[in-house]
Every structure is written in C-alpha cells, then in structure tokens.
Write a protein of this length. Structure first.
Length: 274
C-alpha cells in the first residue's frame, strides 16, 4: 500500500449522525499508518543517496476524519517529501472546506464557522487555506469548459440553471449556474457546458451556446430548457431550425402552482403524466 484513498472512510458512515466516536477511533490508526509509510519511503531514499536521517518535522493534515499530525522525515543531504502518498486535501475535504467558506461569505461569524469545523474534526481554517482550496475546485470546473467535444453528432441538448447567491465586489448578487447536457448518437449523456452567468442576461446565455458551437457543436436538432426568454431567444439565434421544447418539470411546477386547491393540483399532475 503506497497511498491513502480519498474515500477510504466514506463507506464507514463516519459523517452520519452518531459517527463522531468512529472518527476519533479512525484518526489514530490513519495517523500511525501514514507516518509508517513515510518512514519507509524516507529509508528507501536514504539508502539510494547514501545519506542519513536527520529527525523529522511536524505537519498538520486535514482529512475526512479530522486533523492528523504527520512526522515528515528529514535527510542530512537532499530532501524528502511524500508526493503521491497523501493528497494535501481530499475531494470530500475540499468540498467541506468550501462549504465552510461559503457559510462565512453569506454572513455567518467566524466563531460559528469554527464550531462547524470542530464538529467535523478540523482544528482550524485559515482564510488563505480556504482561498487555495476554492481556487483548486474552480480550476477543476474551469477545465470542463475549453475541452473539445467528441467527434460525433450531439442532436439533443438540455440547458438548465439553478440560481444561487454569491458575493461580487463586496455585495451580494444573484447568479445562475447553467449546465448544458448533450446526448450523442451513442446515447451517452455528457456535461458539455458548465458556466456561471448573470441571472437575467440574454447575452450570457447566448455566449454559453456560442461557446458550444466553437468547441464542436455545429447544431442541435432539439433543445430543451425552461421558458426563460434569454435562453429561448439564444437558441433561435444560434441554432436556427432546431426544435425547442420547454422542460416538462418546469411546466408541471407552473401548472400546479396555478391550481388553488390540493384536489386541482393533484388532478393537474395526473393530466400532465397521462
């Protein structure tokens, strides 16, 4: 074993209710195992270079089961760092820290965020660390946008958005996180266009569809979206001749909301699903 999987403890239910005791039990063997593997790697590096050990330095590592202390061995000549042994932040840990950073951005006090982190097992969260982790997640999402689409026809396209609050230039603002999903001739669904755009802007949605065309989506036979005027207009301008249909889920919600009584809402639901 030469690496600690990111989801090593995901199957243990450590994050579920009543799992605090299990996280404490899991933290000690994880810390001991990682330190043992680092010592073995350092000994191999020492023998390869003909040098000797020179103590160790302590580093703290945030994991899904809390904060552990690593004793990284030092060499008298050369350096040793456990690249690939333990990732500085696992995917689940980055998501948890980003959730804490978002909580702080929405107005929660640092003390309240700290309490949440303590319940999760993390000792501390610096502002710089949160910025680095969020930047890493942003880079992963950004990598989806410029990639070329597969060399096949993608006749069916779904475009949908969810609206979230965000902080821009020191004040709150609404933004739309838009996802474009295409189905190719092989029947496989692919996320082809994630983007964060202005909530009510036709130009931003047109820019999203234009980016899809430039990346290899020449046309679509059918585009499904909500009834937002910006996206419907952008489809007409960039995919002339393509059929457009409204998302059935959005239609169902609007019809049910327009029904004044529970009985009428139930009847409308049965009609839509008939």
């Amino acid at each position: 074993m030469d690496a600690v999987p990111q989801d090593a403890f995901a199957t243990l239910g450590l994050a579920e209710e009543g799992g605090e005791g299990l996280t404490g039990l899991a933290r000690a063997p994880l810390e001991a195992g990682v330190n043992e593997m680092m010592a073995a790697q350092a000994d191999a590096a020492r023998e390869a270079t003909g040098t000797t050990r020179n103590g160790f330095r302590e580093r703290r590592l945030e994991t899904q089961v809390g904060t552990i202390t690593l004793g990284m061995p030092k060499l008298r000549r050369g350096t040793y760092f456990p690249d690939g042994l333990v990732e500085r932040w696992g995917r689940v840990d980055r998501a948890a820290v980003c959730a804490a950073a978002e909580t702080r951005a929405l107005g929660a006090s640092t003390r309240k965020v700290g309490r949440v982190l303590e319940r999760m097992g993390a000792d501390r969260l610096s502002r710089d660390a949160a910025s680095r982790i969020c930047a890493a997640l942003d880079a992963e999402a950004a990598g989806l946008r410029p990639r070329r689409l597969p060399p096949m026809r993608l006749p069916h396209l779904w475009v949908d958005a969810t609206y979230v609050p965000c902080r821009r230039n020191g004040h709150g603002a609404a933004a739309a996180v838009v996802a474009a999903i295409a189905v190719g001739e092989d029947g496989v669904r692919r996320v082809v266009g994630p983007a964060c755009v202005d909530a009510g802007s036709h130009a931003s949605r047109k820019g999203l569809l234009r980016g899809l065309r430039e990346r290899g989506l020449p046309g679509a036979q059918c585009v499904t979206s909500d009834a937002h005027g910006g996206i419907a207009r952008a489809v007409r301008e960039l995919f002339p001749g393509a059929a457009w249909q409204r998302c059935v889920v959005h239609l169902e919600r609007d019809v049910i909301d327009a029904c004044p009584t529970r009985a009428k809402r139930a009847a409308a639901g049965r009609v839509l699903h008939a």
